[in-house]
Design a protein around this ligand. Structure first.
Ligand code: MLT
Length: 314
C-alpha cells in the first residue's frame, strides 16, 4: 500500500491480536526492518505506533525521525533496546507486557537445568551413535535453587523449583525484604555472594544495566558450591563469559545452560566446545502461548493509546 501505516511492525512479531488490529488499522509488517534505522524509518514513517522485539534500537535519533509516533510497543520484557527517557521527553508512551512471558521463561529455565543435570543433550548424541553410557546424573529435589533477580520471571522459576521440592533463595537489591508474594512462595532474599555460594542451581534473570554488566564474574564463580549448575536467561551481558568458561573447564561448575549471550548471535568460542554446556538461541520467552498473550496485550494497548485512553501496560 502507498499510504503511511498506522502501526509499523519492524521485527518478527505475529499473532491474532495484530491480525485483529489490522482489520481496523493499517498495519505494515517488515520482520527484517529492525536491522538499520533507515529501514525502520522506511517502514514506519508517518506511523503512530511502532512494534519491536529486542533488536530494533529505539533511541532519540530514531524517535526524532518518526515524529508521528504516539506509542512504542515492546513484544517482550527487557527494555534495554528502548531509550525510555528519550521516549518520555517526546511524549511517546512505551507499552510492554512485563511478565507475560514469565511462565515460558521459567519452563525453559527448568528445561536447561534438567538438561545439564542429567546430561540429556550429550546422552542423546551418544545414544544416536550407539552409545549406552549410564553414568549417574545429579538430582535436584531437596537441594537449593538460587535466582538472581526476584521479578516476575524469577518468581515463576521459584514456583517451579518449589514444585521439585527445592528451597529457593533470591538476590534482588530492588525488592523489599518484606515482599508478601516472596514470603508466600517461601523465597528468602539474600546477598549476591550468599546466593552464589550456597545454591546448587543458580539461574540469572537480571536485566542488562550498567550495574549488572559482568556481575557474575570470576570472583563470584570462584565461590560456587562444588557440582553447582548455572543457567543464564534474561540478559547475557550479566555474565563474564571468559570467567564462566574458566569455571566450567576447571570443573568448578558442573555445567551450564545458556539461553542468552554477551553477543547475540555469538561467535562460537570456548563455551561451544564444552560438553557440560547446553546452548539455546534466546528462545526462553518465545512459545506459541506467550507470543499470543503478548501480542494480544500489545494490540489492546496500542488501540487504547491511539484512541486517547490510558494503556494498561505503559
Ligand atoms: C524478553 O525480554 O522478553 C526476552 O528476552 C525475549 C525478547 O527479547 O523478546
Amino acid at each position: 500500500d502507498s499510504g503511511a501505516a498506522d502501526v509499523a511492525v519492524v521485527e518478527d512479531v505475529r499473532g491474532k491480536g495484530l491480525d485483529d488490529l489490522a482489520a481496523r488499522l493499517n498495519v505494515r509488517h517488515d520482520p527484517a526492518a529492525w536491522s538499520t534505522p533507515e529501514r525502520i524509518v522506511a517502514v514506519a514513517a508517518g506511523a503512530r505506533a511502532l512494534v519491536v522485539r529486542n533488536r530494533a534500537q529505539v533511541d532519540a535519533a530514531l524517535l526524532d525521525a518518526l515524529p508521528a509516533l504516539h506509542v512504542v510497543a515492546r513484544a517482550g520484557t527487557g527494555l534495554d533496546n528502548i531509550d525510555l527517557d528519550a521516549a518520555d521527553q517526546r511524549g511517546v508512551v512505551v507499552v510492554a507486557p512485563l511478565g507475560a512471558n514469565a511462565l515460558s521463561v521459567a519452563e525453559h529455565t527448568l528445561g536447561l537445568a534438567l538438561a545439564v543435570a542429567r546430561r540429556i543433550v550429550k546422552l542423546d548424541v551418544e545414544c544416536r551413535a550407539g552409545g549406552w553410557n549410564r553414568t549417574p546424573g545429579l538430582e535436584l529435589s531437596g537441594r537449593t535453587w538460587g535466582v538472581l533477580g526476584a521479578g516476575a520471571t524469577a518468581r515463576a522459576v521459584a514456583r517451579v523449583a518449589a514444585a521439585l521440592g527445592m528451597a529457593v533463595i533470591a538476590y534482588d537489591p530492588y525488592v523489599d525484604a518484606g515482599d508478601p508474594e516472596l514470603a508466600q512462595l517461601g523465597v528468602r532474599l539474600a546477598p549476591l555472594s550468599e546466593v552464589m555460594a550456597t545454591a546448587d542451581v543458580i539461574s540469572s534473570h537480571l536485566p542488562a544495566t550498567d550495574a549488572t554488566r559482568h556481575l557474575v564474574d570470576a570472583s563470584l564463580l570462584a565461590h560456587v558450591k562444588p557440582q553447582a549448575l548455572f543457567v543464564s536467561v534474561g540478559r547475557g551481558e550479566v555474565v563474564d563469559e571468559e570467567a564462566l568458561a574458566d569455571a566450567l573447564e576447571s570443573g568448578r561448575l558442573a555445567g551450564a545452560g545458556l539461553d542468552v549471550r554477551e553477543q547475540e548471535p555469538p561467535v562460537p568460542g570456548r563455551l561451544e566446545k564444552l560438553d557440560n554446556v547446553v546452548l539455546t538461541p534466546h528462545v526462553a520467552g518465545i512459545t506459541a502461548q506467550s507470543q499470543e498473550r503478548i501480542v494480544g496485550i500489545l494490540a489492546a494497548d496500542i488501540e487504547a493509546v491511539l484512541s486517547g485512553a490510558p494503556a494498561r501496560h505503559a
